[in-house]
Design a protein around this ligand. Structure first.
Ligand code: PEP
Ligand code: MG
Length: 589
C-alpha cells in the first residue's frame, strides 16, 4: 500500500507515474518592522520589484505558442495585477503607516485581497484569488533576491505546488511535465484550463500535498479519480501502469472517432455540441467533433478588463466566432453576471445573498444600456452564419416577454441606422431555477428552445449554497426532484415542438447522460475536451434501455436507489468505458 493516498479534484484527466518536483518552494517572508527613514527605500524596493516582474511576464507572454494564444491574455492580466493601484497602494500604505518592510506589507496585502476574492460567490472570480497570489509570489521572489529555481529538469516529472499560474506552467517546459498537482485551485483555475488545453493530467485542491510529499518522492497521479499515491507499492505501480496505457489507448480511439455521429446502438441520433468561453477555443471546437456550440459563455470578456467592452469589440468577437464556425449553429448566452460577479464599481451592489440576487437576466434588465449593447452586437454578428440567443436564469414569462420587446426595439434601431443584422434570431432560455421548471409549459410557448443549466438547476432545486462545503454532500444529480424536473422540462418542450439541450456538467456524466437520453433530450453540450467521450458513450448505449432505466429512476423516490439502479444497469452495457469518465454519482468502484 502507498505510504499516503491524498484526494483532490481531477481537472484534466489521465494517469501519470513519476518523481515529484516542487515548484515555488515555500520561502520565508521577511517580517520586519522598519524605522521611519526606511519607508522611502522599502516603497522604492516594492515598486522596482513589481516593475521587474511585469517585465518578466511580458517576456513570458511573448513566448506563448500561437496554439495557446488565449493564455497570453491571462499573462496580460497578471501584468495588470503588477500595476494594480489597489495592490501597490495598500502595500505602500502598510509600509508607511504600519511600518512594515516591503515583503511583509506585500504579504498582508495579498492575503487581504485573496480573502475578498475567495468569498465571492462566482467560482470564476473566486479562482482569481490565485492570480493575485501567483503575482504576489513572483514579487516576493524579486524582493528576496531569489529568482525562481531553474526548471530545466532533464527528466520529465510531476510538478507539485501550492498553486501555479499560466506563466509558471509555461516556464516549466511543457514537454517535461508528466502531471500537475496543486494544493489550491478549483476546476476553473487557470492551471486547470491550461492543463486541459495542454492535455496534462492534473489534480487540484489536494489537501496535505505540501506537507506529505517531498522532492523526488515517487508518486502515482490518478487524474481520473482525483487521487495521488505517495510511495506506491509494486502492485499499485503495476495496476496504474496498465491503467495509464488503457487510458491513452482509449482516448486515442475516442478522439480518432470524434467525427462519427452520436447515434445509439438502436439508431437514435443525438446532437453533441460544445460549450465555449473564448474565441481562442474555435479550433478545439472544430477538432472535437462538436456539431455546434450549445453554450457560448459571453461573460469572460466583461470580467477581464477594467472597462466594459463596447459594441464594436463585442461585434468583432461574436462575428469572428460565427464566421469561423459556420455552418454550425452557435448559441450565445447573454451576459450571466451580477452583484459581486461584476467587477465594475458602477454596477456592483452589496447584496446579502447574491445567489438569489440581481444575477444574469435580472442584471441585464436592470442595466439595459449594457444589455442593449450586447444584443446589438449579437444581432449584427448573426448575419455571418448560424447564431441563436439564449437567456440565463429565466424565472418567469415576464422576463422573456420583456427581452423579446427589447430585441425588437434593438432590431428597429439597427434597421434605422442601416446596420446589417439578423432580426429573427432564435431566442432560447436556460432552465436553471425551480419556478422555470413549473412554468416550463408556458415558457415553451414563448421561446424557440430550452437549454437546461444543470449546474445551477441542481443547486437551486435542492437549496444548496454552491460555496458552502457543509452542504455539498446534498449535491445529488439523481435526486428525485432533479430527475422529475428534467422529465417535466423535456416533455413540456417537446409538447410545444421545441428542442431541448443540456449544457451543464451533467451532460458529460456517463450515468446522467444515459438518463437524459432515456428522457429524449435532443442536444448534449459539454466542454470540447469531453465531446469525443460523450459521443462515444452515446454510441455505446441503447436508447430503448435508457428509456426503461429513466422510467425506473423516475418511479423511485429514493436517491440511493436511483444511484444503485443506474450504476448496476450501466456497468453491464458500458463495462470499462465507465472507468475512463469522471462522474458525480457515488459508485462503489
Ligand atoms: C449551468 O448552470 O448549468 C450552466 C451551464 O451555466 P453556468 O455553469 O455558466 O452557470
Ligand atoms: Mg448557470
Amino acid at each position: 500500500m502507498a505510504r499516503t493516498i491524498l484526494f483532490g479534484i481531477s481537472v484534466s484527466p489521465g494517469v501519470s507515474i513519476g518523481k515529484i518536483s516542487f515548484t515555488h518552494p515555500a520561502g520565508n517572508v521577511e517580517e520586519r518592522r522598519i524605522a521611519s527613514e526606511e519607508t522611502d527605500t522599502e516603497t522604492e524596493r516594492l515598486t522596482t520589484a513589481a516593475a521587474a516582474v511585469r517585465k518578466d511576464l511580458a517576456h513570458a507572454r511573448d513566448e506563448v505558442p500561437d496554439a495557446l494564444a488565449e493564455h497570453r491574455e491571462v499573462i496580460s492580466s497578471h501584468m495588470l495585477i503588477c500595476q494594480d493601484p489597489k495592490l501597490l497602494k495598500d502595500a505602500t500604505r502598510r509600509i508607511r503607516e504600519e511600518r512594515l518592510c516591503a515583503s511583509w506589507a506585500l504579504e498582508k496585502t495579498v492575503d487581504a485581497l485573496c480573502a475578498t476574492f475567495r468569498n465571492m460567490e462566482d467560482p470564476y472570480l473566486r479562482d482569481r484569488a490565485q492570480d493575485i497570489r501567483a503575482v504576489g509570489l513572483r514579487i516576493q521572489a524579486k524582493l528576496s533576491g531569489n529568482t525562481p529555481p531553474a526548471r530545466d529538469h532533464a527528466a520529465p516529472c510531476i510538478h507539485v505546488a501550492e498553486d501555479l499560474s499560466p506563466a509558471d506552467t509555461l516556464d516549466l517546459k511543457v514537454d517535461r511535465i508528466l502531471a500537475l498537482v496543486t494544493a489550491e485551485g478549483g476546476p476553473t483555475s487557470h492551471t486547470a484550463i491550461l492543463a486541459r488545453s495542454l492535455r496534462i493530467p492534473a489534480v487540484v485542491g489536494v489537501t496535505g500535498i505540501l506537507e506529505d510529499a517531498h522532492d523526488d518522492d515517487f508518486v502515482i497521479v490518478d487524474a481520473l479519480r482525483g487521487c495521488v499515491y505517495i510511495d506506491p507499492d509494486e502492485k499499485e505501480l503495476a495496476t496504474f501502469a496498465r491503467r495509464q496505457e488503457d487510458y491513452i489507448a482509449w482516448e486515442w480511439k475516442v478522439r480518432r472517432n470524434a467525427a462519427l455521429p452520436a447515434e445509439t446502438l438502436d439508431g437514435v441520433r443525438v446532437d453533441v455540441q460544445a460549450n465555449m468561453e473564448t474565441p481562442g477555443e474555435v479550433d478545439a471546437v472544430k477538432a472535437c467533433g462538436a456539431e455546434g456550440v450549445g453554450l457560448y459563455r459571453t461573460e469572460i470578456s466583461y470580467l477581464r478588463g477594467h472597462a466594459l467592452p463596447d459594441e464594436e469589440q463585442l461585434y468583432a468577437e461574436y462575428a469572428a466566432v460565427v464566421r469561423d464556425l459556420a455552418p454550425r449553429r452557435i448559441v450565445f448566452r447573454t451576459l450571466d453576471v451580477g452583484a459581486d460577479k461584476m467587477l465594475h464599481a458602477q454596477t456592483a451592489l452589496k447584496e446579502p445573498n447574491p445567489a438569489l440576487g440581481l444575477r444574469a437576466i435580472r442584471f441585464c434588465l436592470r442595466h439595459q444600456n449594457i444589455f442593449r449593447t450586447q444584443l446589438r452586437a449579437m444581432l449584427r454578428a448573426g448575419v455571418h452564419g448560424n447564431a441563436a440567443l439564449m437567456l440565463p436564469m429565466i424565472s418567469g414569462l415576464g422576463e422573456v416577454q420583456a427581452v423579446r420587446r427589447i430585441i425588437n426595439e434593438v432590431s428597429q434601431e439597427l434597421t434605422a441606422e442601416g446596420l446589417p443584422h439578423e432580426p429573427d434570431m432564435p431566442v432560447g432560455i436556460m432552465i436553471e431555477v425551480p419556478s422555470a421548471v413549473f412554468m416550463a409549459d408556458a415558457l415553451a410557448r414563448e421561446c424557440d428552445f430550452f437549454s437546461i443549466g444543470t449546474n445551477d438547476l441542481v443547486h437551486y432545486l435542492l437549496a444548496i449554497d454552491r460555496i458552502n462545503k457543509h452542504v455539498s454532500y446534498l449535491h445529488e444529480p439523481l435526486h428525485p426532484a432533479v430527475v422529475r424536473s428534467l422529465k417535466r422540462i423535456i416533455d413540456c418542450a417537446h409538447r410545444e415542438g421545441i428542442g431541448v439541450s443540456v449544457c451543464g456538467e451533467l451532460a458529460a456524466d456517463p450515468y446522467c447522460l444515459a438518463i437524459l437520453l432515456g428522457m429524449g433530450v435532443d442536444v448534449l453540450s459539454a466542454t470540447p475536451r469531453s465531446v469525443p467521450g460523450v459521443k462515444h458513450l452515446v454510441r455505446n448505449l441503447n436508447a430503448e434501455a435508457c428509456t426503461e432505466l429513466a422510467h425506473s429512476v423516475l418511479m423511485t423516490s429514493d436517491v440511493a436507489a436511483a444511484n444503485r439502479m443506474v450504476t448496476e444497469a450501466l456497468s453491464h452495457s458500458l463495462h470499462e468505458e465507465l472507468s475512463f469518465h469522471t462522474t458525480m454519482i457515488p459508485t462503489n468502484g
